[in-house]
Design a binder for this molecule. Structure first.
Ligand SMILES: [Zn+2]
Length: 324
């Protein structure tokens, strides 16, 4: 069920659409479709007034919140769409999925001293996971994160994070400022209760890596020196405007690998048991000497052997290795 804040956000959205429709109708009164759209907007505002907004007209259960946020005019839950509505929704999701895939970085990217591999698997048509690799002047900027919630609303925030980090990373700012700025802008645009945990970092050609872990699972560095966990040092992005983020600095030797992952890995289940961080640590340690693509494949094989049920969450894995 939508919260009061979300209802108030949607109310403002609808009022704004009403004003725009009214001025469009005044300019082009004969234009088909405008009047019926205005009727739909009025009807949604009327339902808000009566307290029946967001309730399916067929079964009287709550309509999925992410669908309301994506389209404030929907009147039916997913189970009670007409065939035409269902087909239209499927086309929208297919397109959204395609847009999101086009945002992914190059596969097996090599930049400066770094060799990379990633795996990105949404549980539905779209994902709330964000994976990015941005090479610049022999350095590599990387991000792996997870937006709260699922489905379309989460994927919209993911695309926003992508745009934010892509623009900020091109401005030559220190990493700490990039994260602070991204957090502030993300706070402005995310609704209450929406946030993103992520690990981002900058890897230099000397092997120095600066890492910010904002409320995410531990990043893992593995190499001849053993295994190191890089724990979260800050809150997720989108929670507080004035959050402070602090960096962890590590030095990777040639052959050392940094391994990042999202919920979909840890929360994969067998009975009551979850895959969990310890299994990830163990697996990555065993794969220490191998190439990034091989580490990812070994992890997926181990995960598939472990799981006894289909995945419940988006899964993303990223391995970054300093080349010998
Ligand atoms: Zn329904």
């Amino acid at each position: 069920m939508a919260t009061t804040l979300e209802i108030s956000f949607l109310h403002n959205q609808l009022e704004d659409r009403k004003r725009r429709l009214e001025s469009a109708i005044a300019l082009a009164p004969q234009k088909a479709g405008l009047a019926s759209l205005l009727r739909e907007v009025d009807s949604a505002l009327d339902r808000m007034g009566k307290g029946s907004y967001g309730i399916c007209e067929e079964c009287h259960e709550s309509i999925e919140q992410d669908r309301l946020l994506a389209d404030p005019l929907v009147c039916y839950c997913l189970d009670h769409l007409s065939d035409a509505q269902r087909a239209a929704l499927q086309r929208d999701l297919d397109l959204a999925s395609q847009v999101q895939r086009n945002l992914l970085p190059q596969k097996n990217l090599r930049a400066g001293a770094w060799d990379t591999s990633y795996h990105y698997a949404p549980v539905g048509p779209v994902s709330g996971d964000y994976c990015d690799l941005i090479p610049s002047d022999g350095q590599l900027f990387f991000v792996l994160g997870d937006v709260s919630g699922k489905g379309v609303a989460a994927s919209m925030l993911m695309t926003q994070l992508h745009a934010l980090f892509r623009s900020l990373s091109g401005m030559g700012l220190p990493l700490g400022q990039i994260v602070t700025q991204a957090n502030r802008v993300f706070c402005e645009s995310a609704l209450a209760g929406q946030y993103a945990t992520l690990v981002c970092g900058q890897a230099k050609s000397t092997g120095e890596v600066e890492i910010h872990n904002a409320g995410h699972w531990p990043a893992i560095v593995v190499g001849k020196g053993g295994v190191l966990r890089i724990e979260s040092t800050g809150l997720p992005l989108g929670m507080f405007h004035d959050s402070e983020f602090s960096a962890t600095r590590v030095h990777l030797e040639p052959g050392d690998t940094l391994f990042l992952y999202t919920d979909g890995l840890l929360e994969t289940r067998r009975g009551d048991d979850e895959y969990g961080v310890d299994r990830v640590m163990h697996l990555v340690r065993q794969q220490a000497a191998r190439r990034p693509g091989e580490v990812i494949s070994a992890c997926l094989d181990d995960l598939h052997a472990f799981a006894d049920s289909p995945p419940l969450d988006d899964l993303s894995l990223l391995a970054i290795q300093r080349m010998a």
